[in-house]
Design a protein around this ligand. Structure first.
Ligand code: PMP
Length: 285
């Protein structure tokens, strides 16, 4: 693989892309990130991703080493240099290197890295048949609205799902589904209402979630933002997940129980279609 990677203002070949072992991202997971998808060589919903990045940084009292305009310019250059047609641009900002100490450094020099990943997003094979999910306890910290790189609990949930032969895990707290390991979780009720958990500190405020809810309302698909239990999910007519790197993916089994007729539901397929249509029409090149 010969990617060009962005590290602190420089575009370097992958083997030369390095940060310090003293970087607080490495020592404390003291960093935040964003993943913007790339369709037809353009960025999808990128302004919203950068707005959430600003918020995450603000919640952690962390400064950005680059303005949003500089970040967008670097993202676009990275897409061009890597000849990326479809996939994602990953971006991470950490509080930077400092001698190990729990307290924040007085004069931080934040680290900014970005890289691209090629991925078929529109022709995602999982979209055709859907995925199975298993439920697991939500072991994460209490500020899931902040998009930090502290992803071990999410990674454990994902691995538990794969070990169980499923595609992903839905995390559960106090009997209610919070979200997927790296996506927002939804069900569709018998009455055709799309239900996804309300915003709060318990979930990441998904950029794809916001777009899908807006598009649903525009297309007169009823939406309810509220918590739902695992039991309600298992008896739903449809289930689905959303994220920047998967758009909308049907969920056809939960803990081994079939959802609807076991095939991607009509509303889910419609949401994927209108999301892709809208994303295509608004990419930023
Ligand atoms: N929840 C979690 C825990 C996530 O990691 C992600 C994706 N990073 C999402 C939801 C989806 O967010 P977005 O639509 O902004 O990708």
């Amino acid at each position: 693989m010969s990617r060009i990677v962005y590290v602190n203002g420089r575009f370097v070949p992958e083997p030369e892309a390095r940060v310090s072992v003293f970087d607080r991202g490495f020592l404390f997971a003291d960093g935040v990130y964003e993943v913007s998808s790339v369709l037809d060589r353009g960025l999808v919903d990128n302004a919203a991703h950068l707005a959430r990045l600003e918020r995450s940084l603000g919640e952690l009292g962390m400064a950005s080493p680059a303005s949003p305009e500089e970040i967008v310019r670097a993202q676009k250059e990275l897409i061009a240099r890597n000849d990326l047609d479809e996939g994602v641009v990953y971006l991470q900002i950490t509080r930077g290197p400092a001698d190990r100490d729990f307290a924040y450094p007085a004069e931080p020099e934040p680290t900014l890295v970005m890289f691209t990943q090629e991925k078929p997003l529109v022709d995602n094979p999982l979209a055709a048949h859907g995925i199975a999910v298993v439920t697991v306890p939500d072991l994460r910290w209490k500020r899931r609205d902040v998009k930090t790189v502290g992803l071990l609990a999410a990674s454990m949930a994902k691995q538990a799902a794969l070990d169980a032969g499923a595609g992903d895990a839905w995390m559960v707290e106090d009997g209610f589904v919070t979200e997927g390991s790296s996506n927002n979780a939804y069900i569709v009720t018998g009455g055709g209402v799309v239900v996804t958990r309300h915003l709060g500190n318990e979930i990441l405020h998904g950029i794809t979630r916001a777009a899908v809810l807006r598009l649903s309302r525009e297309h007169r698909i009823a939406v309810e933002e509220r918590a739902f239990t695992v039991e309600e999910a298992k008896s739903a007519t449809e289930a689905l997940i959303t994220s920047a790197s998967s758009f909308v993916i049907p969920v056809v089994r939960i803990d081994g129980e079939t959802i609807g007729d076991g095939r991607p539901g009509a509303i889910t397929r419609r949401l994927r279609e209108i999301y892709i249509e809208s994303a295509r029409a608004s990419v930023d090149r």
